[in-house]
Design a protein around this ligand. Structure first.
Ligand code: ZN
Length: 235
């Protein structure tokens, strides 16, 4: 099945760059059009107590847009929810259905709605809530003309069902993407989030170690780097 368009849904600015920026770069390089939808503005992030917190949404949106360009993504949409307060509710699922119907992606990459008890940080409550809401949006709501009828009646958004669902940071993964050729682009994207990382070199070392371990886990040749996912067909 051919994939022309992919959508990445994350809770915070920088999530996609930690979990999947190498894969996104591989996709855009192969001609797939990728869009980002970032649910919150990451207001609770950062490390500088002197920074005026009211400026954080603007800073983080700018950083995410710059990071997106590093991996070939020009379309970044922000839903404007508040960092740390995401819940799975009708409003969030409807907002995600709207984006899916507008963009009509064959592939959607999102955060795992299931908590990994061995790695609590990637299982941030916003990630779980955003992942669950996105899963509900993907199936069955986006493809059902009678779900969230206002989207069809008021905005003329036709139903659309994605074919593939890719979960990042899931407790178990069934697919790895070789991102060896795109690792520099991933690091460049991560480096755009200056407000979040006082020591980018440390982040780069952690990423290299993690992606090396993933490549080994999936039997890739020595020296390769990979990102892993739990990939599923949407009925
Ligand atoms: Zn996050």
């Amino acid at each position: 099945m051919s994939v022309e368009r992919a959508l990445v849904i994350t809770a915070h600015p920088d999530d996609v760059d930690f979990g999947a920026a190498g894969t996104v770069a591989a996709w855009t390089t192969s001609g797939i059009e990728v869009s980002y939808c970032v649910i919150t503005d990451g207001q609770a992030g950062g490390f500088d107590p002197e920074l005026d917190r009211s400026t954080m949404p603007e800073i983080r949106r700018r950083e995410q847009c710059a990071a997106a360009k590093e991996v070939g993504v020009d379309d970044v949409r922000f839903l404007g929810y508040v960092d740390g307060e995401l819940t799975v509710d009708r409003e969030l699922v409807r907002d995600l259905v709207r984006v899916i119907r507008q963009l009509r992606p064959q592939r959607v990459l999102l955060q795992s709605p299931e908590r990994d008890w061995d790695r609590l940080a990637p299982s941030h409550p916003d990630h779980l809530a955003g992942g669950e809401a996105a899963t509900r949006a993907i199936y069955p709501a986006a493809g059902n003309r009678f779900a969230f009828v206002e989207l069809y009646d008021d905005e003329a958004l036709e139903p659309w069902s994605p074919d593939e669902l890719w979960l990042m940071e899931h407790p178990t993964s069934n697919q790895a993407v070789d991102v060896t050729d795109h690792f520099e682009a991933k690091l460049a994207a991560l480096s755009c989030h200056e407000s979040q990382h006082p020591d980018p070199e440390r982040i780069h070392r952690i990423m290299r170690d993690k992606l090396t371990a993933t490549a080994v886990e999936f039997g890739l040749p020595a020296g390769h780097l990979a990102e892993k996912f739990s990939v599923h067909r949407v009925p």
